[in-house]
Design a protein. Sequence first.
Length: 300
Amino acid sequence: MNLKLPDKLLVLMKISGKTTVYGVIGDPIEHTLSPLMHASAIEKMGIDAVYVPFHVRPDELEHAIKGIKALGVGGLNVTVPHKTRVMDYLDNLTDEAKAVGAVNTVINHDGVLTGDNTDVYGFTRCLFVDGGLERFPKRVYVIGAGGAARGVVYACAKSDEVSEVVVINRTLSKAEKLAEELSAVTGSHISAMPAIEETFSGMLSDAELLINTTSVGMYPQVEHSPVPYPEVFHEGQVVCDIIYNPSETRLLRDAASHGAKVVGGLAMLAYQGARSLSLWTGMEAPAEVMLDVLKQEFGQ
Ligand SMILES: NC(=O)c1ccc[n+]([C@@H]2O[C@H](COP(=O)([O-])OP(=O)(O)OC[C@H]3O[C@@H](n4cnc5c(N)ncnc54)[C@H](OP(=O)(O)O)[C@@H]3O)[C@@H](O)[C@H]2O)c1
């Protein structure tokens, strides 16, 4: 958290026996931006709560989850590498979390723990609000088949407007597995393609919507792009990169310079966080405040 010392003291002085604790678990956790955006939202909402990062190693995950019941932690965000395994230790899962196969939000309601996935909501809102998308096109292209791709592919595939999602990945077998699993869950047509030049030059020039979910281009490899053929981009396309560090990736710069509309991952991060806070508190969380503070952090 980039709070100055007096601000930190102010936060600590407000903590009392009635303060609700929320937090995020992950391994590693020291670079998380969640405390920054949640602290801003909590302040704006005027609620008696704090949000703290917890470093939880994989072999301590079960104890950590039992611990939040015992300690009365009101809710948790869950990040890498716990999003799938955490499901084993929860009492309930929402349909969305089951379908995606990952949990990024745990709600503690009177000692009953429910796992949800707010990445699906965060991603969709980011496309329609920040990406200016008015409707999904018939065919959507998603690059990557890792953890984050699951929520993105699910969000696209479950839309009635989409008739095919094409998953493009370096390791074709992983794209095929994801396509098979999410086709079964959504009943939608999901296909898999290798991330090679023929795929990009043959298919992407017709793409209306392309989403990068790989880590290619993420800090510190900021000069890399998952689509090293910028000529496939053109006007009329929306290109989304869910990477948020840097907030503008090489992929987005290439796409924008060829006339495509681009949207980065900071908005998705803010919106998934806002949704979690709303689920925990039953109040509408100020998503724009959360996004603004993230943008400030990245000098935007
Ligand atoms: N904005 C948000 O709110 C948000 C939320 C979640 C995640 N993210 C971001 O999404 C990104 C991916 O996260 P994740 O959890 O899905 O990671 P992950 O599970 O490790 O998946 C990584 C993906 O990137 C591909 N990849 C990695 N290195 C590559 C390379 N050198 N060349 C080609 N492909 C490569 C992998 O392909 P293979 O299958 O071939 O290995 C895989 O598809 C991260 O940057 C993360 O910060 C953003």
